[in-house]
Design a binder for this molecule. Structure first.
Ligand code: AG3
Length: 275
């Protein structure tokens, strides 16, 4: 008998994957945490039935949410990751030699537990001596830590439930204050096809708080529409002014110096969202 998992990506659209078996399932205080094995994408992490990351395509999202920002800065030392309990973003941050410490603030310890048990290739960075893991609310953490981080990554779930606050102007103001004076932040900001109200709202909020906002995209096959957006707010350095010839060599499969440029070239229907 075939077993299929269905995620409703919108009210009227679904993605289905054949499932070989369920490896982990726990109802945490916040959500239903699940890891399933699939033939198409290998193991995948689901939170409340929504695909967060898969062994096969995680590199796209984790490389792009990390390297664009870190390669825009000069010698970033301290990095904060909010959410991201699977560890993929931490693993990518650790590829940068200048980084002395990466702090992960994840609200749900079950996500960390599940990833450590069943997604070792994604969570491997969590046991690095430069990684600090805090189980807490990221909103509270940025409010309580001022002028501390060179880069903040908001590696959140969709804007529902506990993640709603991570998409608001008040939070972006606290992020601004938690950054050092040349700092920047990058957040995952959903689908340019399906979130056509959210993206302009975020872009306007970030532009009003930071000296510059930038939007870039990447192709993530398991996310709604396959094309995903990221928003950066920066106090000083512009990712478009980086001399791509001097980007240090990194072991990556999606990000590259060329992609550092091209990901900011927006299709007219996306450009329209932020004009
Ligand atoms: N964060 C989830 C991005 C949003 C996915 N949304 C969706 N599939 N509807 C990814 C966490 C990976 N560290």
């Amino acid at each position: 008998m075939d077993l299929w998992f269905t995620e409703y990506q919108t009210k009227d659209l679904s993605i289905g994957c054949r499932v070989i078996k369920t490896l982990y399932r726990e109802k945490s205080q916040y959500q239903d945490v699940m890891i399933v094995e699939t033939p198409q994408f290998d193991r995948m992490l689901l939170l409340d039935g929504v695909i967060q990351t898969t062994v096969k395509d995680e590199f796209v999202y984790h490389e792009m949410i990390t390297h664009i920002g870190l390669n825009t800065l000069k010698d970033p030392r301290r990095v904060l990751v909010i959410g991201g309990g699977d560890g993929g973003t931490v693993r990518e941050v650790l590829k940068h030699k200048s980084v002395e410490k990466v702090t992960l603030v994840e609200i749900d310890e079950k996500v960390i537990e599940a990833a450590k048990m069943f997604l070792p290739e994604i969570s491997c960075g969590l046991s690095d001596p430069r990684a600090e893991i805090i189980v807490d609310d990221g909103i509270k953490h940025v409010r309580e830590n001022k002028n501390t981080y060179d880069m903040i990554v908001v590696d959140s779930t969709d804007p529902v439930g506990p993640a709603v606050g991570l998409f608001g102007a008040e939070f972006y103001r606290d992020v601004y204050n938690a950054l050092t004076d040349t700092g920047l932040f990058v957040a995952q900001t959903e689908s340019p096809f399906f979130n056509r109200e959210l993206i302009p709202r975020i872009f306007a909020d970030v532009s009003s708080i930071f000296s510059k906002a930038r939007l870039f995209t990447a192709n993530v096959p398991t996310y709604p529409g396959g094309l995903w957006s990221f928003t950066m707010g920066t106090k000083k350095y512009d990712p478009l002014e980086v001399d791509t010839a001097s980007i240090p060599e990194l072991e990556t499969r999606y990000y590259s110096p060329e992609i550092h440029r091209s990901c900011f070239i927006l299709q007219p229907f996306i450009k329209e969202l932020i004009k």
